[in-house]
Design a protein. Structure first.
Length: 348
């Protein structure tokens, strides 16, 4: 089934898959009580036993989390039969940069210090950049586009953008997008330049979404969680302060869509929140700004998708934050310059 002239309004989020130390329900993660604080590390990476057991011990945490969250979304949307019928019409997208960093270091250091004969050949696949999405394709039998996005803290929104583009171009019928957060000493070493005094690191987690056209979801008798009305990417350079650059892009979105809420999730550490909000106020943008990372911890990759999931919770009336508008702007940024803005529309 090839669709032509697909508009942005036709791309919807049909389901969310999730895993964290708080379980596999994302509401438990968002609305946990302070007394329920758990460890950063996920003890069971595949509680539903979606993955095939053979060879699982050779997979890294990021791959296990990616596959679990993606399978969670696939099974919740009942896509298994569709994958069997047309595996080339489903795309896989990983919004996690450097998810295999630990494996690369261990593999290389073992070979260097102990000799190549001490390196397990079974670990070699985990050192490639597309390890997680490739493993998921093998596990699920998916043969469509397979992408791993390197956009730092804006990675998960960038992956959603590519998946949405493929749907609009008729390349795919479904996009399965996932992003993960893992915690180890190697990941910690690249975080040190992003640390702030008031924001701790997030827990380990995996989040996945299924994107599809509204018509296919309606044919299945389901309603979307939200609609992706627009995703826009820019690159920030040194010529303008990041807060002013963000205002320029947000004002461009405000000229096209009505919204009174901005969710800045993914890369919050690259801005001064006080300056950012002051720039918005001085230029007449009357919006409230929500920073989920201030509540749930700093993310390396998955912040954008978590921001969209949080927008869904606002629309559904589950959050303490409220909006009277049909749209919420979700924003991510990376210190390397990538900025991505998305307009998420409430289900009607």
């Amino acid at each position: 089934m090839i669709a032509n002239n697909i508009s942005n309004n036709d791309i919807v989020i049909s389901i969310i898959g999730f895993n964290s130390p708080y379980g596999t329900e994302i509401d438990n993660y968002f609305f946990r009580k302070e007394s329920e604080t758990k460890a950063l590390i996920i003890e069971d990476h595949d509680p539903q036993k979606f993955l095939k057991p053979k060879g699982q011990r050779f997979l890294n945490k990021a791959t296990l989390l990616f596959c679990n969250a993606a399978f969670h979304a696939i099974h919740s949307r009942s896509l298994s039969s569709i994958i069997n019928e047309a595996p080339e019409r489903i795309g896989l997208y990983d919004g996690t940069e450097l998810s295999n960093l630990e494996d690369c270091f261990i593999f290389d250091l073992t070979a260097k210090n102990q000799g190549p004969d001490r390196v397990s050949p079974m670990k070699a696949p985990s050192t490639i950049a597309n390890a997680a999405a490739s493993q998921m394709a093998i596990q699920a039998g998916i043969k469509g586009p397979n992408f791993s996005v390197c956009a730092g803290m804006a990675g998960s929104l960038q992956a959603l953008d590519i998946a949405s583009l493929h749907l609009k171009q008729g390349i795919t019928d479904y996009g399965v997008i996932a992003s993960t957060e893992v915690r180890n000493e190697y990941q910690e070493s690249i975080r040190r330049g992003n640390e702030t005094l008031h924001r701790p690191v997030s827990t380990e987690l995996g989040i996945a979404m299924v994107l599809e056209r509204r018509e296919t979801l309606s044919e299945a008798g389901r309603k979307p969680l939200a609609t992706i009305k627009k995703i826009h990417s820019e690159t920030h350079t040194e010529g303008l302060p990041i807060e002013a650059f963000l205002y320029q892009n947000i004002s461009g979105m405000a000229a096209l869509f009505s919204f009174d809420t901005i969710i800045f999730s993914g890369g919050t550490s690259v801005i001064d929140e006080t300056i950012f909000e002051e720039v918005l106020r001085k230029n007449g943008l009357s919006t409230s700004v929500i920073y989920p990372e201030n509540l749930f911890g700093d993310n390396d990759n998955a912040g954008g998708m978590l921001g969209i999931a949080y927008a869904v919770s606002v629309f559904e009336g589950k959050s303490i934050h409220k909006t009277d508008q049909e749209n919420i702007l979700v924003l991510s940024a990376d210190k390397a310059g990538t900025v991505i803005l998305s307009i998420i529309e409430k289900t009607k």
